[in-house]
Design a protein around this ligand. Structure first.
Ligand code: PXL
Length: 279
């Protein structure tokens, strides 16, 4: 198989495993070439540390795109994660116009919120900007909080909803404009996983693993990187969901005993051999 090339656009948090320091390793382990456009550089991520630095890299984005377009580079997938501002959201639409083709995959993780609230630093109008990025995507994978914020509906809590409710939210997400919507962090009883809806075929798919009673920072980025890698490698949706859920659950299991890790991030590195074996 020809090596697939992915460009991922998200911040680099220098310490605290998330965004680029997670995506690069996972995409590489899946034998996909990982190109990057860093959106900002922070000394740590914003979830659980204080006093972090934040250097906005918006100014570099258009010159990078201009150079790449002049060189004629192309990508099998465009994967966006944490974006630092409304302006960066608008630039993603420009990027999709310039580098999106009918064959490549535009994958948007609207990483901006969890547990019913926006991450530090985002204003309440940010979800409406992110909604426009999602509308232009092929595949989006919000968690329940992000989905509710974009749709303007009440967050139901981590669990306690029905499968019908999830299915309805998935259809509402696709009605924003994307082809496939995936909800992450869906919990039914003792299972946690992801459910997907493909509006082009009117079909649902899902995969659930063990629901572990612990929470770690950056697991959304671990999940999205593995899912994007699986999809660009042409795994069918249900198989791709299994790849990403199993990998994330394994990384959490390995990390569960370490009380420091919730804000430092999961030991996904130790789960990479299994991810590679299951490709
Ligand atoms: O994992 C999401 C994420 C990515 N990047 C930065 C963050 C967060 C979540 O808090 O702060 C900078």
């Amino acid at each position: 198989m020809k090596q697939k090339r992915v460009v991922t656009i998200q911040d680099i948090s220098c310490l605290g495993k998330c965004s680029l320091t997670v995506a690069l390793h996972i995409l590489s382990a899946m034998n996909t070439e990982a190109c990057v456009i860093p959106t900002a550089m922070l000394s740590t991520h914003t979830g659980g540390f204080s006093g972090y630095t934040f250097r906005d890299l918006t100014e570099d984005i258009v010159p990078i795109l201009d150079h790449w377009e002049a060189e004629g580079f192309d990508f099998d997938a465009i994967y966006t994660g944490y974006l630092g501002s409304a302006e960066q959201c608008r630039l993603m639409l420009d990027l999709f116009e310039r580098f999106g083709t009918k064959d490549n995959l535009i994958f948007v993780d609207p990483a901006m919120a969890d547990n019913g609230k926006l991450y530090a630093g985002f204003s309440s109008d940010f979800p409406q900007e992110m909604k426009k990025v999602c509308a232009a995507a092929d595949v989006i994978d919000p968690n329940l909080t992000e989905a509710c914020l974009m749709l303007g509906i009440d967050y139901p809590g981590k669990m306690g909803y029905t499968e019908e409710w999830i299915k309805d939210v998935l259809k509402q997400l696709c009605a924003m404009g994307c082809r496939i919507a995936i909800l992450t962090g869906v919990i039914f009883g003792d299972k946690q996983g992801a459910m997907a809806y493909d509006s082009s075929t009117d079909t649902y798919s899902s995969y659930f693993g063990e629901n572990l009673p612990v929470a770690f920072h950056g697991t959304g980025d671990v999940f999205s990187s593995a899912l994007c890698g699986a999809l660009v490698r042409n795994q069918p949706m249900e198989r791709a969901l299994k790849t990403a859920v199993d990998f994330t659950v394994e990384a959490i299991k390995i990390s569960a005993a370490d009380p420091d890790l919730p804000r430092y991030g999961v030991r996904f590195e130790a789960a990479l051999p299994e991810l590679i074996q299951n490709l």
